[in-house]
Design a protein around this ligand. Structure first.
Ligand SMILES: [Ca+2]
Length: 199
């Protein structure tokens, strides 16, 4: 049988440090296919729970029991990125139109995910998932910038500690914002048995 030539998958546009949503989803689904393991952070004295109200402030309810919030693996999903109409100097982000928001997340100085630039959309809905491993001292950095010719101009930097993310863990979402824009994210425990990149 003659082999067909000229049919190729489109090349990935992501660089080595850029995690793509599809790749994360695949990892998660593979990781949950095996036999279940005890939840990370579970202890012999773990309290039974059906919701967060049953657990201590520094615990999560991963039914049927409370587990420590840290350390454990999470999926941090960037859901929204919004740029102000002007940069920090009061100028338009681009000469050719509105800014092109790019959101990125790093943990401990290592970038774990980055959204594709949204061309001329100041307010963009995203679904960029990052597999992260967090402890109480983890530094999670959200970067929101304008993509200009492939170079990200950082318009906003926010550094938060893992401890600051506790309310987001318990509520499931949070926001990092300043005058130039904001990043909305959702933080959820990673599926049991899945792996995350170490900070
Ligand atoms: Ca633009």
């Amino acid at each position: 049988m003659k082999r067909r030539e000229g049919t190729r998958f489109p090349p990935s546009r992501a660089g080595p440090g850029q995690l793509q949503w599809g790749a994360v989803a695949m990892l998660a689904s593979c990781a949950t296919a095996g036999p279940s393991a005890p939840p990370l952070g579970a202890t012999a004295t773990a309290k039974a729970c059906v919701g967060a109200i049953d657990c201590k402030p520094d615990e999560l309810c991963t039914a049927p029991q409370c587990v420590a919030i840290f350390p454990r693996a999470y999926v941090l999903t960037v859901e929204k990125a919004k740029l102000s109409p002007y940069d920090g100097n009061g100028n338009p982000w681009d000469k050719d139109g509105d800014g092109d928001p790019v959101a990125a997340v790093s943990v401990g100085g290592r970038e774990v995910c980055r959204s594709a630039p949204a061309k001329d959309q100041l307010d963009v809905t995203l679904a960029v998932a990052c597999a992260v491993s967090l402890d109480a001292k983890s530094e999670v950095r959200f970067t929101l910038g304008d993509d200009d010719g492939g170079t990200v101009q950082e318009g906003m930097l926010k550094i938060v500690s893992g401890a600051d993310l506790v309310p987001a863990v318990r509520l499931g979402f949070g926001e990092q914002q300043d005058a130039l824009g904001y990043v909305r994210f959702r933080l959820a425990p990673a599926p049991t048995g899945s792996s995350a990149r170490s900070p």
